[in-house]
Design a protein around this ligand. Structure first.
Ligand SMILES: [Zn+2]
Length: 286
């Protein structure tokens, strides 16, 4: 089924923080209403997975206007262990919709020795250990990756996380992005520690790059689901699935609350997209 992409300024990319839940049915959030489900869009990169359209009622938004949110499960991937063009499809859709604020969540391994399962990290920077080619969604534009996550969205995510009862919430830190779907080896984790990484995951790249490329602000939240390999020698991962079950509705609410509460932010996120000079462009096109 082909659907017309609606005009929407807000987007939420679901991840492993909510995969054990049934978003949005299990979040019981006043002022959040599911308008449409199973919206599949045609894109130059193939058909998307189904999106949902959610209305945040004006009673709960910062500007007292209704806000529409496009949302998609598990990063828009078509299978649980590989993206199959999902990131390109969903960000192309966001670009066509006019999305300007994106929140995304997930989980990861605590690389920083001080992190425990159940802690929340809202990263301020990242290192791309995937090193796989990304598709230039927008022709002839390059981006700087200075301050890649939006301070305004991070603040709202942090506030909402405390409100949901999380007590160890870190509004800082470096996300190390691995290729996946496997976990890292102990030696890879030691390399990440030497690179001052705090959390290891597999999804923030290319999302963080595509958000900037389409001129949108991005804020992200990750729950620590496990100690990264080699940190705790006798840890067997018992708690991972308990954590996912417990945190899913809370993280769903945190994501929608942050999109409802974000006001006008004095950020520079959209300024780091640069048009490639015509002379350079001509050389590329030869
Ligand atoms: Zn911003």
């Amino acid at each position: 089924m082909k659907n017309k992409i609606p005009n929407v300024k807000y987007a939420y990319i679901g991840g492993s923080g909510t995969w054990a839940g049934n978003f949005p049915y299990d979040i019981n959030m006043e002022g959040a209403e599911l308008l449409e489900d199973n919206l599949v869009f045609d894109t130059p990169y193939g058909k998307t997975v189904p999106f949902k359209l959610i209305k945040l009622h004006k009673d709960i938004t910062a500007d007292h206007e209704d806000r529409l949110v496009l949302t998609v499960d598990f990063h828009g991937w078509h299978s649980p262990d590989e993206p199959s063009g999902g990131p390109e499809q969903i960000f192309w859709t966001f670009m066509e919709a006019g999305v300007k604020n994106i929140v995304v969540e997930g989980s990861g391994g605590g690389v920083n020795q001080l992190l425990d399962p159940g802690d929340i990290i809202i990263p301020t920077d990242f290192i791309d250990f995937k090193k796989v080619p990304t598709t230039p969604l927008v022709a002839n534009k390059i981006v700087r990756m200075l301050n890649p996550t939006c301070p305004g969205l991070r603040k709202e995510i942090e506030k909402a996380a405390y409100k949901e009862g999380f007590t160890r919430v870190f509004n800082r830190g470096v996300y190390g992005c691995s290729q996946g779907p496997r976990f890292e080896s102990a030696s890879e984790i030691r390399m990440m520690q030497n690179a001052l990484v705090d959390i290891a995951g597999i999804t923030l790249v290319p999302e963080i790059y595509y958000a900037r490329l389409i001129g949108a602000c991005l804020g992200s939240l990750y729950i620590i689901s496990n100690y990264a390999e080699g940190l705790i020698s006798d840890w067997r991962g018992e708690s991972i699935f308990d954590i996912y079950k417990d945190c899913a509705p809370k993280i769903g609410r945190i994501m929608l609350s942050s999109l409802a509460n974000v006001g006008k932010v004095d950020c520079h996120c959209a300024e780091y997209v640069t048009e490639v000079d015509n002379k350079v462009k001509a050389k590329w096109e030869k």
